[in-house]
Design a binder for this molecule. Structure first.
Ligand SMILES: *[C@@H]1O[C@H](CO)[C@@H](O)[C@H](O)[C@H]1NC(C)=O
Ligand SMILES: *[C@@H]1O[C@H](CO)[C@@H](O)[C@H](O)[C@H]1NC(C)=O
Ligand SMILES: *[C@@H]1O[C@H](CO)[C@@H](O)[C@H](O)[C@H]1NC(C)=O
Ligand SMILES: *[C@@H]1O[C@H](CO)[C@@H](O)[C@H](O)[C@H]1NC(C)=O
Ligand SMILES: *[C@@H]1O[C@H](CO)[C@@H](O)[C@H](O)[C@H]1NC(C)=O
Ligand SMILES: *[C@@H]1O[C@H](CO)[C@@H](O)[C@H](O)[C@H]1NC(C)=O
Ligand SMILES: *[C@@H]1O[C@H](CO)[C@@H](O)[C@H](O)[C@H]1NC(C)=O
Ligand SMILES: *[C@@H]1O[C@H](CO)[C@@H](O)[C@H](O)[C@H]1NC(C)=O
Length: 909
């Protein structure tokens, strides 16, 4: 016990080091404790000066956060947690930090010590805390401590509450110290790395009085006790969420105290069904098994857990019907079954759960008709999510629902063809998503009044029509894409941030919208009015639209030159002007838009040269100038675009040579996208959704739209120009490039010898040039090549033998009179050399190629092939697939956290 002694000596030193204040103090506060507190304060940083009352004068029992015993006047409690929540703007300012002085040991009667939500800069938790022998309550949650947890805290035998939740990057070697905490009732070590302690379960189950245990995000991977015995006599709350358990739910869960109230195993990789042994927990009020790999049917016995208020099973693989017994859970407030494989109907008796506030059924295969009876008693329902199901909402036109919904998620289920009239009764809606719900009707006038009170209005992908020229939109997000709205574009209030109105039949001039007086106060950030019938010139009114970050005016009837005032949009990240009738030069003022990540000017009649200032747009990801009349050289400055992933200059009049410096396009030079590449320009996120950029690309000869996967595309398309000279050999160091199109130019010379290095290449088109010479043997190493066109050049010699090149049909090679060998019918006259395929690349193991029969790559290209055969790509794609999955779940999680907030605030009220 050397530490406490040393600490005490230090205290004395520190205490005496304090300058004598007003020594005539004669309040109730103990002088020794007052000095100890001042000494403690001295070590702290306190940017908001919230300890200003801690001064040399005054009764320390009156200081902020200090509580004394009324009778003995000893300091017994220190409440120094951050008074602000971490979503409050004051939060950072009110963090205490600095050094924690051992002078605190002078507070011998301290029972309650709260330092939560401060910032001690990842320093270790002072081990002398273990000597604060009176402590019953210690709260260090989110106080930013780091390093190894001091086992000395195991000496706090009176401690009842220990909260270390998300304390920082803390780890423990082992938990053997914990057995000293005999009195512990509440333990939260969420976020502490416990991966080194395999015996964690035995350790914590030795705490005889433990009733609440939070070990969320502790990197635990095994819930099986080594001695196969677990005894938690008083446990009420067990939270093991966000760990790494990948086994079945263990049997000992049923041996937990039968007074268990709250079980949270969310966010692991738990397997197998929900064990029936859990049914003993008749007092459970919250059961969360979401985001695991659980399967099987949702058991009927859940209906016996009569106290359940929250049942969360989302993001698993449960199948079969939703048990009708759930209708017996008369206390249920939250039922969250989203994202499983459930089928069958929505049980009618769920409509009797009069306490239900949130019903999440979406992203399942449930179907059938949902009508008034399904909601008959749901007078408290605030959230209804039926998205991506086959449910058919069939209610009478004069239905007055018993609820006032706040959140309506009904995308991709069937509501139409009539516009849902019952919405008119719902006056508290925050989010309304009825996209792709088969509505083929006119939006009634009352709807736009109702909508003006809604934060997010999502109607896209229906057949809703109507002239909304006179409507004033007021929602922060309005998405009416792919409907049949007509007339002029509507008015916007300053609240609107996103207007996604593409693919309708809006008409009139762009100026009449942009220059309209009523719209001048707008704060719009995303304007997508592509694929309409808008006409006229690009107006000069852009100065009223300074908030814009994303503009899509593509596929309209716009004409004239690009207005120079567009350069006033300093925040612009993405600009689509494609498929219009624009003419003239690209104005240099566009170079003022420093944040541009996407420029799409394709399919217009732009002329002049590609401006060299574009090279200064270092955040540029996409440059699409396809199908215009640009002439002159490809400026070398383009090579400075270190984030570029799409360079499409096809179908212009460009001449000169292909710049040698293309190898400097560093985002394309790497197989994995470098960290500095920011994709913000391609996606704009808002609460409960996002706006994703859409780009039309011609890949493998097919024109398609790319949106979410756009960030994985790496393409250079320079085809159909007048480019001459050789293919620069430097281009072969673009190891991340997936698609290279140089066809229909005047290129001469050989294919660069080391083209085999371009390991990511999936599609290569060099047709219709004057290229010559032998095909490099290395080409047979292009394992992912799924599409090849070398036709109509002057290539000669044998098509290299190997796994790949024979699998393309003869059309890939025709028009090269001197080329021979399979798959062409003219055989070569010389001796057949040995195939190079198998041993062609010494650096790769044999299995890398095994099973890749000819033709295989053609049929089995792209994502799946890549997933199987290449690790780093697999990683990228896996990431992407996870992202896709996350999209669903992010939405789900947002909803959950919203719900928890609601519960919290209603509990506090
Ligand atoms: C001590 O004071 C507090 C607040 O001043 C009061 O709530 C509490 O009842 C008092 N306790 C005793 C034992 O007097
Ligand atoms: C610890 O403090 C945090 C933040 O003030 C609070 O949310 C939490 O409930 C406290 N823990 C206990 C056990 O009281
Ligand atoms: C637990 O870790 C401490 C150091 O943190 C060490 O002294 C002790 O021997 C370890 N105990 C066991 C049982 O491993
Ligand atoms: C479980 O623990 C309690 C309290 O520590 C004890 O009384 C009881 O005997 C234990 N049960 C078993 C089966 O060991
Ligand atoms: C669960 O309890 C039963 C009966 O009390 C006992 O036999 C079994 O060993 C316990 N299992 C675990 C893992 O604690
Ligand atoms: C529970 O639900 C089932 C199926 O809906 C029903 O048959 C049963 O009577 C209910 N039990 C009670 C006690 O209400
Ligand atoms: C445009 O909207 C129509 C429905 O109005 C839809 O069928 C079509 O797929 C949409 N096109 C695009 C590209 O979104
Ligand atoms: C471009 O100009 C040519 C000739 O003036 C015209 O035929 C063509 O339709 C124009 N293209 C577009 C997209 O406006």
């Amino acid at each position: 016990m050397a530490t406490p002694t040393i600490a005490k000596v230090m205290v004395l030193v520190l205490v005496f080091a304090i300058p004598e204040g007003n020594s005539s103090w004669n309040g109730v506060c103990m002088e020794k404790e007052r000095r100890a507190l001042l000494s403690f304060k001295k070590g702290l940083t306190d940017p908001s000066n919230r300890l200003s009352s801690w001064s040399a004068q005054g009764d320390c029992c009156q200081w902020a956060g200090v509580h004394c015993d009324n009778i003995s006047h000893h300091v017994v409690e220190l409440h120094l947690g951050n008074p602000y929540d971490n979503d409050d703007i004051h939060y950072d300012m009110f963090k205490l930090g600095g050094k924690i002085s051992p002078s605190l040991l002078e507070l011998e009667y301290l029972t309650h010590f709260d330092l939560s939500w401060n910032d001690f800069g990842a320093t270790t938790i002072p081990s002398f805390f273990g000597s604060m022998a009176s402590l019953k309550y210690l709260n260090l949650s989110a106080a930013s401590f780091g390093g190894e947890f001091p086992h000395q805290l195991g000496e706090l035998s009176r401690l009842r509450y220990l909260d270390l939740g998300f304390v920082g990057s803390l780890f423990v070697e082992n938990l053997s110290w914990i057995s000293g905490l005999h009195s512990l009732e509440y333990l939260d070590m969420s976020g502490v790395d416990l991966s080194k302690e395999v015996q964690w379960l035995q350790a914590v189950s030795k705490l005889p009085s433990l009733s609440t245990l939070h070990l969320s995000g502790c990197q635990l991977d095994n819930m099986h006790p080594s001695d196969n015995f677990v005894n938690f006599t008083f446990l009420r709350v067990l939270d093991l969420s966000d760990n790494l358990f990948s086994h079945e739910i263990p049997n000992w869960m049923s041996n937990l105290s039968t007074s268990l109230l709250d079980l949270d195993l969310r966010g692991n990789s738990l397997q197998g069904p929900i064990p029936s042994t859990l049914s003993v927990h008749r007092k459970l009020s919250s059961l969360d098994l979401s985001m695991n790999g659980l399967t099987g049917q949702i058991p009927d016995w859940l209906g016996q857990l009569r106290q359940l208020k929250r049942l969360l099973l989302y993001g698993n693989s449960f199948y079969g019907p939703i048990p009708t017994t759930l209708g017996n859970l008369s206390s249920l407030e939250l039922l969250y079954l989203e994202g499983n494989k459930l089928s069958g109907n929505l049980p009618k008796n769920l409509g009797l759960l009069s306490h239900l506030e949130a019903l999440f059924i979406g992203y399942n295969s449930v179907g059938g008709i949902v009508s008034e009876v399904n909601f008959v008693k749901l007078s408290n329902l605030k959230v209804l999510s039926l998205s991506s199901t086959s449910l058919i909402l069939n209610v009478s036109s004069n239905w007055i629902p018993p609820f006032e919904l706040e959140y309506i998620w009904m995308s991709s289920c069937k509501i139409g063809p009539k516009f849902p009239v019952w919405l008119q009764t719902q006056t508290s809606i925050e989010v309304l998503d009825i996209s792709q719900s088969g509505i083929s009707d006119t939006a009634p006038d009352w709807f736009w009044d109702l909508a003006s009170g809604i934060q997010l209005v999502e109607l896209s992908g229906n057949q809703i029509d109507g002239d909304i020229s006179a409507a004033l939109l007021n929602s922060s997000v309005v998405s009416i894409r792919s409907n049949r709205f007509k007339g002029q574009l509507p008015h916007l209030s300053p609240n609107v941030k996103v207007l996604s109105a593409g693919n309708n039949t809006f008409s009139g001039t762009l100026s009449s919208f942009l220059c309209r007086k009523l719209n001048r106060m707008n704060n719009l950030e995303v304007l997508d009015i592509s694929s309409n019938l808008l006409s006229g010139e690009l107006s000069e009114c852009w100065m009223h639209w300074q908030s814009l970050t994303h503009i899509n005016l593509g596929n309209n009837l716009l004409s004239g030159k690009i207005a120079t005032s567009i350069g006033s949009l300093a925040k612009l990240e993405s600009l689509h002007l494609h498929k219009n009738r624009f003419i003239g030069d690209v104005p240099s003022s566009l170079g003022n838009c420093r944040s541009l990540g996407l420029i799409d000017l394709g399919e217009n009649n732009f002329t002049g040269v590609i401006p060299s200032w574009i090279g200064g747009s270092t955040s540029l990801l996409v440059l699409r100038l396809r199908s215009n009349c640009f002439a002159g050289n490809i400026p070398k400055s383009l090579c400075q675009l270190s984030s570029l992933i799409v360079l499409d200059l096809a179908l212009n009049n460009l001449s000169g040579t292909i710049p040698k410096c293309l190898n400097e396009l560093s985002a394309m030079a790497q197989t994995l996208t470098p960290d500095y590449v920011r994709f913000e320009a391609l996606e704009y996120g808002y609460d409960y959704g996002d706006y994703v950029e859409n780009l039309v690309l011609v890949i493998k000869g097919r024109e398609s739209e790319y949106n979410r996967i756009l960030k994985l595309i790496k393409v250079i398309d320079l085809s159909t120009n007048n480019l001459s000279g050789m293919i620069p050999t430097e281009i072969t160091s673009l190891l991340g490039l997936r698609y290279l199109y140089l066809s229909n130019n005047q290129l001469v010379g050989n294919i660069p010898e080391n083209i085999g290095n371009m390991v990511s290449l999936e599609s290569l088109d060099l047709s219709r040039n004057h290229l010559s010479g032998k095909l490099p043997d290395g080409m047979s190493r292009l394992t992912f090549l799924a599409h090849l066109n070398l036709s109509y050049n002057n290539f000669s010699g044998r098509i290299p033998l190997g796994t790949q090149l024979q699998s393309f049909g003869a059309p890939s090679y025709i028009g090269n009179a001197n080329l021979c060998g399979a798959p062409l019918s003219n055989s070569c006259t010389t001796v057949v050399p040995k195939p190079v395929g198998k041993g062609g690349d010494e650096s790769k193991p044999l299995w890398f190629y095994s099973g890749m029969a000819p033709g295989f790559a053609v049929g089995f290209c792209g994502v799946c092939g890549v997933l199987f055969f290449k690790r780093d790509w697999r990683h990228a794609y896996f990431q992407f697939l996870c992202d896709m999955k996350d999209r669903i779940y992010v939405a789900i999680i947002l909803k959950v956290s919203w719900f928890c907030q609601k519960i919290k605030s209603s509990n506090n009220a």
